[in-house]
Design a protein around this ligand. Structure first.
Ligand SMILES: [Zn+2]
Length: 523
């Protein structure tokens, strides 16, 4: 926005030649605008503009009365709007989420509605009989990144709009720059955050070029889409949606109205040109994608890039996918040269140890279609204060409380006077209920100080009455444990129907209740 000037509408035309951007507003709103725009406006300009306004104020107000800029209040959680400020959002029920934003529609509405479709291909609206619709015609673009392909359900679908969310600094830009550079196709990488030099420096560090990668540093969506239309890339990457702004709205970039409008423009471009777009979106401190929930409804696919900044592992999860399953997961390892795909997570997530340690148990879990062996660690120690502490990393706290209650009630182990700490190795968050049995085993092991042999693993869900429930894809879990050299596995006796156990080298123990686990390992 350097070189921007602020003028009333009538003067705008004459100044259009010298100013890069022109924002029109009636003078009453000057103070308001100044507050709103001072974040990104060169402050030095203001005294000059103010002086100009003082001299032309009266002339101007009589000559050209302008419409008042319209401000709307948006809920920062769900994107609902209201003409007045509201304490509680009537749509999502959140408190104190309404924020004021300046909305001023572009006068040339037809300019906004311009079509991005190729010249020869005019928009045709025609209903098609369902039985004549051909399936299996979608050819996905496979990226060299197998983990990304997996979470997208087999590759990038042409014309799709994909949102990748994640906390700042976690490696979203690095990941997508790697994809941009290694994809054997023409890619346009648009950055609103970094300069060309910064991107080049990062690019030199992370990967070797294989693609025809173009870099554009721009935040104006119209200019970006114009450039994309001229260049005709096979993939467009936008870093990030929060820095983009459309000239059709006057509100500040990163605001709800802007984010929503820009996403809508990118969606329309993707659908009309069939060029897939990957958007990077930042996550706010509550863990939601900053901007309205509405953004999640606009895009075809929402990916979340998670992990601790201090941990080397990063996880890419699917939260929404119109073209595939949502329970897939990709794992990366952050290295100095960029993100490396982890194709065999089990071998990495198991700590290599020979001695038996109390409080450690290995779970055979499934993440999507992929079996994964993860180590769970529990520490049960005498509570120093009256109220014992409960802490869980990578596991749901309420579920931990439930498992502790089951152990108290069914097995007679008392945790109520102890602090309980639970940790899942690698900083990974596990949602598969099949991890329950391993957690129960590690809790008992730590409480009784009896170690579990390191070649034993577990797969089973624990119910409220202490029963061990069957888990899905138990055969795949056993196969993975067998492949990794485990000697025995504990599974639910209810899920073994029709499974040929003779083909495994691993010894399969089937149990039906938590008490049986206690008898088998801890007595
Ligand atoms: Zn709301």
């Amino acid at each position: 926005m350097a070189g921007s000037l602020l003028f009333p509408a009538e003067l705008a035309e004459s100044f259009a030649k010298i100013a890069e951007f022109i924002i029109c507003f009636p003078l009453d709103y000057m103070r308001f605008l100044r507050e709103k725009t001072s974040e990104f406006q060169p402050i030095l300009l203001f005294p000059i503009i103010e002086n100009i306004f003082k001299t032309i104020y009266f002339k101007n107000i009589y000559l050209c009365p302008m419409a008042k800029p319209r401000t709307i209040f948006f809920c920062s959680n769900c994107g609902a709007s209201a003409p007045k400020w509201l304490g509680k959002c009537p749509h999502c029920g959140e408190w104190n989420t309404y924020q004021e934003e300046l909305i001023q529609k572009e006068t040339a509405a037809e300019e906004k509605r311009r079509s991005w479709a190729p010249a020869g291909k005019k928009e045709q609206v025609k209903a098609v009989p369902l039985r004549e619709v051909q399936t299996g015609k979608t050819i996905r673009m496979e990226t060299p990144d197998q983990e990304l392909n997996r979470v997208l359900g087999g590759g990038i679908v042409p014309g799709s709009l994909v949102l990748m969310g994640g906390q700042p600094g976690i490696g979203k830009s690095t990941l997508l720059l790697q994809v941009a550079m290694q994809l054997p196709a023409k890619v346009l990488y648009v950055s609103g955050e970094e300069s060309e030099e910064q991107i080049k420096m990062r690019a030199d560090r992370v990967a070797d070029f294989r693609s025809d990668c173009y870099i554009l540093t721009e935040t104006n969506t119209t200019k970006i889409l114009q450039q994309a239309q001229d260049l005709q890339p096979e993939l467009l990457i936008i870093d990030s949606i929060q820095t983009m702004s459309t000239p059709h709205l006057d509100s500040a970039p990163g605001g709800i109205a802007q984010v929503r409008e820009c996403a809508g423009e990118f969606l329309r471009f993707a659908k009309e040109t069939n060029i897939p777009i990957l958007l990077i979106g930042h996550i706010n401190k509550e863990g939601d994608i900053a901007g309205p929930k509405l953004l999640e409804h606009i895009v075809d696919c929402v990916l979340q890039f998670e992990g601790d900044r201090h941990n080397t592992y990063r996880i890419l999860r699917t939260l929404k996918n119109r073209f595939g399953s949502t329970d897939e997961m990709g794992i990366y390892e952050m290295q100095s040269i960029g993100l490396r795909q982890v194709s065999n997570p089990s071998e990495l997530l198991l700590s290599q140890k020979d001695e038996e340690l109390s409080g450690c148990a290995v779970a055979a879990t499934m993440e999507g279609m992929r079996p994964m062996l993860i180590e769970t660690q529990a520490l049960v120690s005498k509570a120093v204060f009256g109220t014992p502490q409960r802490s869980a990393t990578g596991f749901d706290m309420r579920r931990l409380s439930m498992l502790l209650a089951v152990l108290e009630k069914r097995c007679g182990y008392f945790f109520s006077i102890n602090d309980v700490f639970l940790n899942i190795a690698g900083g990974i968050r596990v949602e598969d209920p099949g991890i329950d049995l391993a957690i129960v085993a590690s809790l008992i092991s730590s409480l009784t100080d009896v170690g579990i042999p390191s070649d034993v693993c577990f797969a089973g869900e624990v119910g409220l009455s202490g029963e061990i429930r069957a888990v899905q894809r138990v055969e795949q879990r056993i196969t993975e444990a067998d492949r990794l050299g485990f000697k025995s596995i504990y599974v639910s006796k209810y899920g073994m129907k029709g499974i040929d156990t003779s083909r495994f080298n691993i010894r399969i123990h089937t149990i039906g209740k938590v008490e049986e686990l206690k008898r088998a390992l801890f007595v």
